[in-house]
Ligand binder design. Structure first.
Ligand SMILES: Nc1ncnc2c1ncn2[C@@H]1O[C@H](COP(=O)(O)OP(=O)(O)OP(=O)(O)O)[C@@H](O)[C@H]1O
Ligand SMILES: [Mg+2]
Length: 405
């Protein structure tokens, strides 16, 4: 019996040992499974973090090298990256501002932009085509866009700011508007001048003539010599009026140009100008063998007139040089003086019309113009004009009296 109970006790103990071992084995397996799952999750997290970093890094590389003003900021408006153009445009050092707050770097940002940042941080894309930024050292015109950027997981990482400095473009627009306004004004002045000259000079003289003819009619002289004398006076008045009208029309258009040719017209103008303005002009022209189209001739004559007017008005010297030469495909005109010279940028801002009108005329005939001047070094204007005129939209030539100054 005792043996039987021993056997039974051993059996029970064996059984519980096995159960214990099995439990231990099970726990081990579960722990291994948990550990492996944890490892898998950790790896997945690492991979995902690496993906996020890679995406962010890629975005940063893009932002740095994009040829536009771009800044990449985190959710707290701290710089993560800025483009080289952004640094150049706004005078900041890219390596110094990373990690710093946008508001610390630019404390003078307008409130409407801060509102734009808030909206973009809430997921919106906001933009302005033209916006003026008044800074302490002057105003800037910018075009901007603020948009959110997302991580690889689709979580908003912060915002991207795109800014384009359009100040120069705006200045040019304003200058163009100004030139347009001045052109209209100058046309009006010219009309007023012609109207005044017609009214005060020509029609006054015609009125006087009418009186004289009426008087002659009423008091017809008995003596032949007196009749002749009075008729000769009337004739002379008619001749004077006719030259007055011709002088006026010549200022508007040069009909001689096509008849006598560009070189002779220029020579004639230089002669009259020198006599009228008491200056000396050295004029030299090649033999012009091929006739330029009327619009090219008119353009060259107008450039010469304005260049000489400018030289007489601004150069403070009294001797000028004019040279008209044939080139392979057209004509070259050069007008120079050794006088005061000028700074081109400031001269263009000064508000005169002559230089811009010269450039516009030459552009219309597809020629080129170089205005070479330096303060105290004199001025040389060089125009290279093609022989042929330019066709307008109807296929005709752009040459008409209305194109004259
Ligand atoms: N030959 C020159 N020598 C010195 N300065 C010149 C000469 N030509 C032009 N300039 C300078 O350039 C400026 C601009 O010339 P521009 O012909 O456009 O205007 P303007 O002569 O002043 O006026 P406008 O031609 O409209 O009557 C002049 O005001 C002058 O300062
Ligand atoms: Mg001028």
């Amino acid at each position: 019996m005792a043996r039987e109970s021993d056997i039974s006790a051993r059996r029970t103990s064996d059984h519980s040992d096995r159960a214990h071992l099995e439990t231990v084995e099970l726990v081990k397996q579960q722990m291994a499974a948990v550990l492996s799952e944890r490892k898998r999750v950790e790896e997945a997290i690492r991979e995902s973090e690496a993906r996020v970093r890679a995406r962010e890094e890629l975005l940063k590389i893009f932002v740095k090298s994009v040829p536009a003003g771009v800044a990449m900021l985190d959710r707290e408006m701290r710089y993560l990256q800025v483009s080289d153009r952004f640094c150049a445009d706004y005078g900041v050092d890219g390596s110094q501002i990373l990690g710093r707050s946008h508001y610390e770097v630019f404390p003078d940002l307008p409130d409407r932009w801060k509102e734009g940042h808030r909206r973009a941080l809430a997921g919106e894309t906001v933009r302005a085509d033209e916006d003026r930024w008044d800074r302490k050292d002057g105003s800037l015109w910018v075009q901007w866009e603020i948009r959110p950027w997302k991580t690889a997981e689709g979580v908003q990482g912060g915002i991207l700011i795109f800014v384009v400095d359009i100040s120069r473009h705006k200045q040019m627009e304003a200058a163009l508007r100004d030139t347009g306004r001045k052109l209209v004004e100058s046309q009006e002045q010219e009309r007023t001048r012609i109207g005044r000259e017609l009214h005060d000079d020509i029609s006054q003289r015609l009125a006087m003539l009418t009186v004289e003819v009426d008087d002659l009619d009423e008091n017809f002289p008995a003596s032949k010599s007196e009749r002749k004398e009075r008729l000769a006076r009337i004739r002379q008045r008619l001749v004077d009026i006719s030259s007055g009208v011709e002088a006026l029309s010549q200022q508007l258009y040069s009909p001689h140009l096509e008849l006598i040719g560009i070189a002779a017209a220029m020579r004639g103008f230089c002669r009259d100008f020198a006599a009228g303005r008491k200056v000396e002009i050295d004029f030299a022209a090649d033999q012009i063998t091929r006739t330029p189209s009327p619009d090219v001739s008119l353009c060259l004559l107008r450039v010469l007139q304005e260049a000489l007017h400018n030289a007489a008005k601004h150069s403070r010297v009294r001797r000028f040089h004019v040279r008209l030469a044939c080139s392979e495909n057209g004509l070259d005109l050069q007008v120079s003086d050794q006088g005061a010279g000028f700074d081109f940028e400031s001269a263009m801002k000064a508000g005169g019309l002559g230089l811009s009108s010269m450039r516009e005329r030459v552009r219309l005939i597809h020629g080129t113009i170089a205005i070479d001047s330096k303060p105290l070094r004199g001025t040389t204007i060089r125009v290279r004009a093609p022989l042929a005129g330019i066709a307008n939209e109807d296929g005709g030539l752009l040459s008409s009296p209305s194109a004259a100054l």
